[in-house]
Design a protein. Structure first.
Length: 339
């Protein structure tokens, strides 16, 4: 007899202070694909910071229509069934998507099956492993998008990358090395220096009271051309001082808090810019052809080893609470994956 039930992770209420207490693993009917849709049996999903913020109820791109809801921003799976009028991708094809339109309304990928318009799916090439396909949207699109936002970095000048030891940070270091862009990686622990230089960082500095001076010494007191930051909080003012006059600080996260303070001297009198970047908006603004081009580019960068998923421990979907606890560990080894 065919299975009709699936495992689903749900958030019963939004409580940022104790969000783990609101997460339940339940059973629900497997959905049927409607006209123009495909049913995807999901195989692997990463835990991203945006997923944690979704569980907390503070992520703008996750606005459930009702509770309980299911988080999960990205993943990879296999086509299990096709709705009326759909002929491709065929059943059994491995697929992912740059945009899963159901996620924003609270029907995310932390479940075993999901329906999606078939024309939103991207066929995963045979030589791309599951972990890369599962992590083909959030980090890769962000790295490419932020480097476009920064613009061409002049030869000999530096790009600062905070949280350089993260999966996204390492992707940035490798891509910059491939493009002959000098980078300064910023991390909390000096023990990471050698590893991240091997990943492509030109120089490394630790987050200390001497951060601005240390970056000044590396750049010959000229300052860096730009910075990419996901920490926010107190480090923003230091980055504004560490970039050159007319430089740019791109903010794409708030791991250390949602607010920061600046002196007018760091912006007005130095003509530097602070820009926000959010991959959700970039993807939303893409047409289908641009999304397809991006996926081809991302898969090629994975093939060349420039992009690496950073996947670490894989846990069962039903162990999502343990996975989220592991995700919160500062010195964890790799991105937690849910299978």
């Amino acid at each position: 007899m065919a299975t009709t039930q699936q495992t689903v992770v749900t958030v019963t209420a939004f409580n940022p202070a104790s969000y783990l207490d609101t997460i339940q693993v339940t059973k629900a009917p497997i959905p049927s694909p409607g006209p123009g849709e495909a049913l995807v049996a999901l195989k692997l999903r990463p835990i991203n910071p945006a997923d944690v913020f979704s569980c907390m109820g503070v992520y703008p791109a996750f606005q459930p229509k009702s509770m309980p809801c299911t988080p999960g921003m990205e993943g990879v799976g296999v086509v299990s069934a096709l709705g009326a009028g759909v002929t491709s991708p065929s059943v059994g094809t491995r697929v992912t998507a740059m945009d899963w339109p159901c996620v924003g309304g609270g029907n995310g990928l932390w479940q075993e099956y999901i329906t999606i318009p078939a024309n939103m799916l991207t066929v995963v090439p045979d030589d791309i492993p599951d972990d890369a396909a599962a992590c083909a949207m959030v980090n890769p699109v962000s790295v490419l998008g932020m480097l476009d936002l920064v613009g061409p970095v002049p030869a000999g000048q530096y790009l600062i990358v905070t949280a350089a030891g993260s999966a996204l940070g390492k992707m940035t270091l490798r891509l910059c090395k491939d493009r002959n862009i000098k980078t300064i990686g910023v991390v909390r622990r000096t023990e990471q220096f050698d590893e991240l230089k091997a990943e492509g960082a030109t120089a490394m500095v630790a987050i200390t009271d001497n951060l601005v001076a240390d970056i000044g010494a590396i750049t010959g007191e000229q300052g860096a051309y730009a910075a990419m930051d996901c920490l926010c909080g107190d480090i923003v003012s230091k980055l504004c001082q560490a970039v050159k006059r007319g430089g740019t600080v791109v903010l794409y996260g708030a791991m250390c808090g949602p607010t920061f303070q600046l002196s007018v001297a760091d912006t007005l009198f130095r003509q530097m810019q602070i820009k926000g970047y959010w991959c959700h908006l970039q993807i939303h603004d893409m047409d289908a052809a641009t999304r397809a081009e991006y996926m081809v580019k991302i898969f090629d960068l994975y093939r060349r080893g420039i992009f690496v998923s950073g996947a670490g421990e894989t846990m069962p979907l039903a162990s999502v609470v343990e996975g989220l606890k592991a995700h919160s560990q500062t010195a964890r080894s790799g991105k937690i994956m849910l299978a």
